[in-house]
Write a protein that binds this ligand. Structure first.
Ligand code: ADP
Length: 479
């Protein structure tokens, strides 16, 4: 049953596949780990429902069973258990759904039965909410893993009680849509067959498209990304054009309790604007010494998934061309994992290195913080970037972003050519454009006073969650 109601203004339920620090594969996890806390601080009651994976967080916290029941995934009858983190350690109520044989895995995604896993998760979440005495004021679903929920709440016979609850979809990444074929349509609990069109897109069941059609409101994590989706969204372009009236962009914030260079538990040398030069210098020296890089040269870093979406395939040639055409005037450090071909090509560059290139292939949260703190420039040649958090972290840590003008990068980084500028931007995801921007940055690095002033400025920019969290509340109150 739903725990005791309290006096808070709104009861908000977030449903997501990721939530930092419980389980994170990218920006979705960061957002769902922060937004509910800020909504709670604004006087609301916000909770997160997510799958119970077998991640370290599970074993280092105390849990209490709050609900046990069973449901159907097609002909398969399964039991599920809901557990609650007892201390609200994350600043909001956190509930995990356990389904043996499906969700009890170490990784979030990447299994052959992901369709079954996330369908069963969504069914359990809705099934549980349907059993509450007091229903929530809003159900906020994130990306396609929770995308069937607005449809289920409105058109599945078993959940008709939920049909009047406003639902919001936030799209963190529309590239992934969770499509599956109609022969698995029995995974959606018995529904009104006249509503078939609300599940379908281009001959398949498409959870993301279904959520765009059925959610009361749709948000994307930046305004420019929303515009881009109308012309480039992996097949959903006409849908975004048609539904534009209920869509809006709300930029993500960053969580200053985790991402603050003066209190960052991963840094050996925390720093603030007061000791900016000294702080950046000691972090850079430590980082460079770990990787055998020369700290006197400007340090360019990349942090992220090594996939085409992030423009990571351009990086090996960018490094090569920079050394070739600009000279050995800079150092590079790459952190990421992803497509094996890109990983391989980045490793191969080591042969070229004369103490000016290094890479770390893998996921390393600690190192990422040390890189934001120690780097001079952050490279983001993304082809698609719904919001992008890295550039916001970089700004906070006094690292100048070099970004392609797309999505949230367009909305958050102003080129140095503008009087109010503080970063470097370029138009195309092309080696030449990135190398040209690096050339400009190397020159800028030598203008010490200007460089220092820009660092001071970017560390003070406000991309806090307070602003974004309030915008979401305004959206909910508009129902
Ligand atoms: P996306 O969600 O598309 O991957 P975002 O910019 O929204 O991109 O979020 C990326 C988040 O993941 C940031 O917190 C970034 O620091 C982190 N990250 C990505 N790859 C790695 C990695 N290999 N090691 C550590 N952190 C990483």
């Amino acid at each position: 049953m739903f725990p005791d109601p309290n006096e808070s203004d709104m009861n908000i339920v977030h449903i997501s596949a990721e939530c930092y620090p419980v389980a994170k594969a990218g920006g979705l996890g960061d957002v769902v780990g922060a937004l509910p806390r800020f909504q709670t601080e604004l006087g609301n009651r916000a909770m997160v429902i997510m799958p119970m994976y077998r991640t370290p967080y599970l074993y280092s916290h105390n849990w209490q069973v709050v609900h046990k029941s069973s449901a159907n995934l097609g002909h398969w009858f399964f039991d599920y258990t809901v557990i609650k983190e007892q201390t609200n350690a994350q600043g909001f109520e956190l509930y995990l759904i356990d389904i043996n044989g499906l969700l009890d895995r170490e990784r979030v995604y990447g299994y052959n039965d992901d369709t079954e896993r996330f369908c069963a998760f969504q069914i359990s979440a809705v099934h549980w909410i349907n059993a509450w005495d007091q229903l929530p004021d809003v159900v906020h679903v994130h990306d396609h893993h929770a995308g069937l929920i607005p449809f289920m709440m409105q058109h599945c016979y078993a959940f008709k009680r939920l049909a009047g609850i406003p639902s919001v979809l936030t799209i963190h990444n529309a590239q992934y849509q969770g499509q599956f074929s109609w022969d698995k349509s029995i995974y959606v609990p018995q529904w009104d067959s006249w509503k078939r069109g609300l599940l379908e897109w281009e001959g398949s069941i498409n959870p993301l498209a279904s959520a765009v059609k059925c959610a009361w409101k749709v948000t994307t994590v930046s305004t420019t990304y929303l515009h881009e989706l109308r012309s480039m969204s992996n097949g959903l372009e006409p849908l975004f054009e048609y539904e534009k009236g209920k869509c809006s962009g709300i930029l993500n914030g960053i969580d200053y309790t985790v991402w603050d260079p003066s209190h960052d538990r991963y840094l050996e040398h925390p720093f603030s604007t007061l000791h900016l030069s000294a702080g950046k210098k000691s972090n850079k020296e430590l980082l460079c010494s770990q990787f055998g890089l020369d700290p006197s040269k400007p340090l360019f870093v990349f942090i992220g998934r090594l996939v085409g979406e992030k423009g990571a395939d351009l990086l090996p040639q960018v490094v090569y061309d920079s050394f070739e055409f600009i000279g050995r005037k800079m150092t590079f450090l790459m952190l990421g994992s992803g497509e094996s071909d890109i990983e391989h090509r980045l490793r191969q560059l080591n042969a070229l290195s004369q103490g000016d290139y290094a890479e770390y292939i893998g996921y390393n949260e600690r190192l990422s913080h040390q890189m934001y703190a120690g780097a001079d420039f952050l490279l983001m040649p993304s082809r698609v970037e719904p919001c992008g958090l890295n550039q916001l972290y970089a700004l906070r840590y006094g690292t100048v972003p070099i970004v392609r003008k797309t999505g949230g990068l367009y909305d958050t980084v102003i080129d140095m050519g503008d009087p109010s500028g503080y970063g470097f931007t370029f138009q195309h995801a092309a080696v030449g454009d990135v190398t040209q921007a690096i050339y400009r940055a190397v020159h800028f690095f030598s203008e010490k006073d200007h460089f220092h002033a820009i660092r001071q400025k970017i560390m003070g920019l406000d991309y806090s969650w307070d602003r974004s969290a309030a915008e979401y509340i305004r959206l909910y109150k508009g129902f």
